[in-house]
Design a protein around this ligand. Structure first.
Ligand code: FAD
Length: 479
C-alpha cells in the first residue's frame, strides 16, 4: 500500500526515549510522526552489538514501543537502503534523527543525508547523546585535546553550558503502518540459551528504569559519590551506563537533575566528581570521533611493536573467573552473572589481563563487548587503552595495579569477593585477597583447597609484573 503524508519519519537509534529527544520534539511540533527503529545489518563486524547488549536492546525497544502505544515500526536490514526505499515508496518528505557517533554511523548518516537531500527530502539531525559536540572543542591551534583535564575544564566547561533538556511531546500523533513493521521479535535479539535469567531480575531497561535509577541516586548519591564510588560492595555509583548507552536518558537530563538536586551547587565536591565522570564519557566519544581507529589500533604508535602473549588457556581462565586471584575472579564472575562490573574492578581485571598475563587488550575488550550491558564502542576502547597504557592520557604502562593491595584497600573485609567467590566465604580478612599466603590450618578451617575447589594463582604477581616491565623495555628498543 502506498500512502502520502506530511508526517516526519523519526529514526530512533541510540535515543530510545520520549523525554529530551530533540528529533522527536522537532517532528512532533510539525505534525504526526512515523517512529522507526532499524537493526542495521550493514554495521561493521566489530560494532555489531554483543549478546548482553542485544538482550538489553530487545527490552528497551519493548519499553519504547509501550510508550508509543505499540506503534513503533521495527525492521532489520541495511538501514540506508531501507530508509531510501521507504521514503520514496511512501512519499515521505521529511526525516529527523539524533546524531550517533561511531565512525561507521557518521559515514552512513553523511552519505544517507546527501542521497535524501538530493531526492528532495528534508533531513534534520540533532544532538541528543553528548553534552558537547566533539568537533566544537579544539585547542587554540585547532587540534583535538589528548589530555582529559584541559579538554574537560578548559575546552568544555569554561566555554559553554550543556543544552537544557526538552520536554516529551504532548499529544504525540503517530502514524502507524503495519506493512513497515515486522515487530521487535523479527530483530532476533534475544539469546538462544537462557543465560540472562539473573540479569533480567536486576535491571529495568527503558526510559522508566533509567529515571528510577537516577532518582534513587540523587541527591545523596551525588554528595557521597567521591568518597564511596571506589568501593565495589557499596553500590554507590549511579548504574546509569547502559541506560545512557541506549539513550533511555540523556547526559543533559542527568547533568541538570544533578545540579538541581544539589540546589545549583556545582561546587559540591561529590557532584563535581560525578559530573566529571560524565566528562570522561564525553572524552571517550571525543577521542573516538577524532581518532576513529582506537577500537582496533593502539592510540600510541609506540605499542605497535609490543609483543603480546598468545595464551588461550589463561585468557579462558580470566574470562571464567578462574585465575586464582580473588578480586579478579570476583569481577569476571560479576560480569558474567550481572552484565556489569564495578569500575574499580574493571580497571583491576583489565590490568591483570594486559600486564600480568601480557595478553593483548583487544582480547579483553572483545570479551567485555560481548558481556557488558553497557558495552559502548567509545567508552570500552578508550578505557581498555587507558588501562593498557596504550591510550590518550593513559595510565602509564609501568603503573601496574596490584590486585591484592587493590582488594585490601577497596574491599577491606572481602565482602565483594565472597559474594562472587563463595568458595572463599570463610577465609579471614587477612588472606581473603591472597589465599596462597595463608597457612595450611587457616585454609583447612576455611575449607579452601587451592588447586581443587579454588584455583592456584595463574601467575606469580611479582614475577609477572617484572615480565611486563621487561616486555615494555624490549618494545622500546624496537626501531
Ligand atoms: P557512575 O560511576 O555512576 O558514572 C556515571 C556515568 O559516567 C556512567 O554511567 C558512564 O556513562 C560514565 N562514566 C563513568 N566512568 C567512565 C569512564 N571511565 N569512561 C567513560 N565513561 C564513564 N563504560 C561504559 O559505559 N561502557 C563500556 O563499555 C565501558 N567499558 C569499560 C572498560 C574498562 C576496562 C574500564 C576500566 C571501564 C569501562 N567503562 C565503560 C567505564 C566505567 O567502568 C563505567 O561507565 C561505569 O562503571 C558504569 O557504572 P555507573 O553507571 O554506575 O557509573
Amino acid at each position: 500500500m502506498i500512502f502520502i503524508t506530511d508526517s516526519t519519519l523519526v529514526w530512533f537509534r541510540q535515543d530510545l526515549r520520549l523525554r529530551d529527544n530533540p528529533a522527536l520534539a522537532f517532528a512532533a511540533k510539525l505534525d504526526s510522526v512515523i517512529p522507526v527503529f532499524i537493526f542495521d545489518t550493514a554495521c561493521p563486524e566489530h560494532c555489531v552489538p554483543g549478546g548482553a547488549s542485544k538482550w538489553w536492546l530487545h527490552q528497551s525497544l519493548n519499553a519504547l514501543n509501550d510508550s508509543l502505544d505499540n506503534q513503533l515500526h521495527c525492521i532489520k536490514g541495511d538501514a540506508s537502503k531501507l530508509l531510501i526505499g521507504l521514503m520514496q515508496k511512501h512519499d515521505i518528505k521529511r526525516i529527523a534523527w539524533n546524531r550517533a557517533y561511531e565512525p561507521w554511523q557518521i559515514k552512513r548518516d553523511t552519505q544517507l543525508k546527501q542521497t535524501l537531500v538530493a531526492a528532495g527530502i528534508e533531513v534534520q539531525s540533532f544532538n541528543s547523546h553528548l553534552l558537547w559536540e566533539p568537533w566544537q572543542v579544539l585547542k587554540k591551534d585547532q587540534t583535538p585535546y589528548k589530555v582529559f583535564t584541559p579538554y574537560y575544564r578548559r575546552g568544555c566547561l569554561s566555554k559553554s553550558s550543556p543544552r537544557m533538556p526538552v520536554a516529551a511531546p504532548k499529544d504525540l500523533q503517530i502514524e502507524y503502518y503495519s506493512e513497515i513493521d515486522n515487530g521487535i521479535d523479527s530483530l532476533e535479539l534475544m539469546p538462544e540459551i537462557s543465560w540472562h535469567s539473573t540479569i533480567q531480575t536486576m535491571w529495568t531497561p527503558g526510559e522508566k528504569g533509567a529515571a528510577q535509577h537516577l532518582s534513587e541516586f540523587l541527591p545523596d548519591g551525588a554528595k557521597e559519590y567521591k568518597n564511596k564510588r571506589d568501593f565495589p560492595e557499596l553500590g554507590a555509583t549511579s548504574k546509569l551506563s547502559p541506560h545512557l548507552h541506549f539513550g533511555e536518558i540523556s547526559p543533559n537530563q542527568i547533568w541538570y537533575a544533578g545540579i538541581n538536586a544539589l540546589n545549583g551547587n556545582t561546587e559540591d565536591i561529590g557532584l563535581d566528581c560525578y559530573l566529571s565522570e560524565l566528562g570522561w564519557r564525553e572524552f571517550s566519544h571525543y577521542l573516538l570521533f577524532h581518532f576513529p581507529h582506537i577500537p582496533q589500533k593502539n592510540f600510541s604508535p609506540k605499542f605497535e611493536h609490543f609483543i603480546w602473549r598468545n595464551d588461550e588457556d589463561s585468557l579462558k581462565a580470566w574470562q571464567l573467573g578462574q585465575t586464582g586471584i580473588p578480586i579478579v575472579d570476583a569481577g569476571m564472575r560479576e560480569l558474567w552473572q550481572t552484565g556489569t562490573m564495578h569500575n574499580r574492578v574493571r580497571m583491576v581485571v583489565a590490568s591483570f589481563l594486559v600486564k600480568n598475563l601480557l595478553i593483548d587488550w583487544r582480547k579483553g575488550e572483545r570479551w567485555f563487548w560481548d558481556c557488558l550491558l553497557d558495552a559502548d564502542l567509545a567508552a570500552n576502547s578508550a578505557s581498555w587503552q587507558w588501562v593498557a597504557g596504550t591510550g590518550a592520557d593513559a595510565s602509564p604502562y609501568f603503573r601496574i595495579f596490584n590486585p591484592v593491595t587493590q582488594g585490601q584497600r577497596f574491599d577491606v573485609h572481602g565482602d565483594y569477593v565472597k559474594r562472587y567467590c563463595p568458595e572463599l566465604s570463610k577465609m579471614p580478612d587477612k588472606f581473603i585477597h591472597n589465599p596462597w599466603d595463608a597457612p595450611q590450618n587457616i585454609l583447612d578451617y576455611a575449607g579452601v583447597k587451592l588447586g581443587d575447589n579454588y584455583p592456584k594463582p595463574l601467575v606469580d604477581l611479582k614475577a609477572s609484573r617484572l615480565r611486563a616491565l621487561d616486555a615494555l623495555a624490549q618494545s622500546k628498543q624496537q626501531p
